[in-house]
Ligand binder design. Structure first.
Ligand code: IPD
Ligand code: CA
Ligand code: CA
Length: 269
């Protein structure tokens, strides 16, 4: 598909730009209490938005740093020019650029590019999920007790986030729960079978448009944390997993939401 090919080309260019800034180390500013932004976020967004506009002038663009705009067609791009800014600003090598394309409310194509590992994750609706042009599939882990998960904690309003309760219960029930600092890569890793499940509260559409399509196309399951359909623009939370674990993870979430978490938090001594 012409859209996916173009998105891959743009992500590769933006990724090279990010890798270059990463080598040089950039200063960060705060756009919220703990919400970092760097010159790299802005330059990458400028590149991606200008390219999208030149190739697809009628398409809408929703980009994290605010330089998008509405379009005149039913197509809309969600752009995270640098997902993993906190990692990036601290020279922690885990970040990506991601683009998802929605048509009439449905995500139809997505790209997540990790320039440090040169890993290009791609998916088109109905066409499967790929890593560097090789088909990827979710894991076949059958029990939560044998699984590896991941989650994230948003930078905005983080003192109001209840996720630490979920983190504790899921970490105790599995081999562990990673916190990579890059939601798009978390989702790509579920699609690639490197992680068995991922959840997070409060993600934005640009964080999850491409990644949730990748997970579905790799044979996984995507929903909100109550098992309802996910809306990338409207849901408060997301669960993405290898499909086999879906009901077990949802049952655990149900107990935690209902105040019936299996384990009490340990006492401080
Ligand atoms: C953040 C990362 C992080 C997630 C946050 C996101 P950003 O995106 O994806 O893993 O936990 O919720 O906001 O700000 O680095 O683009
Ligand atoms: Ca970002
Ligand atoms: Ca992000």
């Amino acid at each position: 598909m012409q859209y996916l090919e173009t998105a891959v080309e743009i992500a590769r260019e933006a990724g090279a730009l990010l890798a270059n800034y990463f080598e040089r180390r950039v200063a960060f500013e705060l756009k919220g209490e703990f919400d970092l932004v760097t010159e790299a976020d802005r330059s990458s967004e400028k590149l991606v938005v200008e390219k999208l506009r030149s190739y697809f002038p009628s398409h809408g663009i929703v980009a994290e740093e605010g330089s998008g705009g509405p379009g005149s067609s039913e197509y809309r791009w969600y752009v995270d020019p640098l997902d993993g800014t906190t990692n990036f600003a601290h020279s922690f090598p885990m970040f990506n650029v991601t683009l998802g394309l929605e048509r009439a409310g449905e995500v139809i194509a997505g790209v997540i590019y990790d320039p440090l590992r040169q890993e290009m994750f791609t998916a088109e609706r109905g066409g499967g999920a790929y890593l560097n042009n090789r088909r990827i599939r979710v894991s076949q882990i059958k029990r939560l007790a044998d699984s590896l998960g991941s989650t994230g904690f948003p930078s905005r309003k983080r003192s109001h986030n209840v996720n630490i309760h979920f983190y504790y219960q899921l970490a105790m029930a599995s081999h562990g729960v990673r916190r990579t600092g890059s939601a798009a890569l978390d989702l790509a890793y579920v699609a690639a079978g490197r992680l068995d499940f991922f959840w997070e509260f409060g993600l934005k559409p640009w964080d999850q448009a491409a990644g949730t399509l990748l997970v579905s196309e790799a044979g996984g399951c995507v929903s909100d944390m109550n098992g309802g359909p996910l809306s990338i623009t409207g849901s408060d939370h997301v669960l993405a997993d290898n499909a086999v674990l879906h009901n077990e993870v949802l049952a655990m979430f149900g107990r935690i939401f209902g105040g019936q978490a299996p384990l009490a938090l340990p006492e401080l001594c």
